[in-house]
Design a binder for this molecule. Sequence first.
Ligand code: TYM
Length: 368
Amino acid sequence: MENNGAKIEEGGVSSKNKIDYDKLIDQFGCQRLDQSFVDRVFRLTGRSPHIFLRRNVFFPHRDLNEVLDAYERGDKFYLYTGRGLSSEALHLGHLIPFMFTKYLQEAFKVPLVIQLTDDEKCMWKNLTVEESKRLARENAKDIIACGFDVSRTFIFSDFDYVGGAFYENMVRVAKCVTYNKAVPSFPSSFPHLFSGNDKLCCLIPCAIDQDPYFRMTRDVAPRLGYKKPALIESSFFPALQGVSGKMNAGDPNSAIYVTDSPKEIKNKVNKYAFSGGQDSVENHRKYGANLEVDIPFKYLSFFLEDDEELEHIRKEYGSGRMLTGEVKKKLIWWKDTVQQGQRLLMRWSMRSWQLDHFQICSTESAGS
Ligand code: TYM
């Protein structure tokens, strides 16, 4: 899909220009989230809005209001998201839908299914079955490290789970479209979780690259007598090389991976993060940084929780009083101490029984 010279495809975007999200939302036929939605989430859950809602990282959606209407009437919904295993580990962009999904699960106390499409990578990327399954387990560790509620989360790989009712739905869907990530959008695919609850709403958090697949899923649903899934979509977290670049699994320097060591992170940020600062300190003091294209600032605006500190950096860096090196330092500090520390702690304390536990999820605990 082309937009403003940008090519939107699964896994990201490559472009000469910045993506025009307003245009993309209109082209795709999505709706926009507004402040009233953010207020409604606060009212319904009593939890302060997630940083990604406050900062408009997630703003296109489809039928979100229906999900909230049902929730307000006392009906539950379930969350569904997934990962395609393009690399050994997740990068910061992949973390965005998972971090947000964790917040939604915690706020609404709903079940979650996570699909790992290990079969796709095996077929299309020429990996062996064993290697694809290994990647699925490695990626699952990063996903679990986001902190999902083990009693409400079912993580499955296609190789492990496809069969039975799931396969029946796959065949039904395959008569209409040829891909299998539509199938988890229908509760009847998980009889051990949602038996007898075929009208349960499904909400899919993902980035906007997934929209075309789920648009097709929504077209197919009524033909099969199923409910259309709702979606909440994020904008793209940019590559280190700039807002128009694409993170590329083949180029480890285009992204920060959750497995990168503090030394690698420091090196990547200092060497590759595109700067909107001026070419000399003199010019920088005079003209300030261009924050629209500055990657260290963009990264901080996704993740730095403290609104006041971000505002301070915006003013100081934008006016030239703060230099690029100082902003990069803040980003490296955040990545090292907060994100890296939390992830390593989770990962180190994880044993394989815990991984398996996410795959054995009882009907009561997932549905309650
Ligand atoms: P995959 O593995 O390419 O991406 C996993 C999730 O990360 C999102 N994403 C990003 N979000 C923000 N910024 C980025 N730069 C960025 N890059 C990727 C993707 O939108 C996705 O949500 N086929 C899918 C796997 C899948 C799936 C699903 C995803 C199966 N079922 C249901 C979402 C919902 C894939 O290859 O995703």
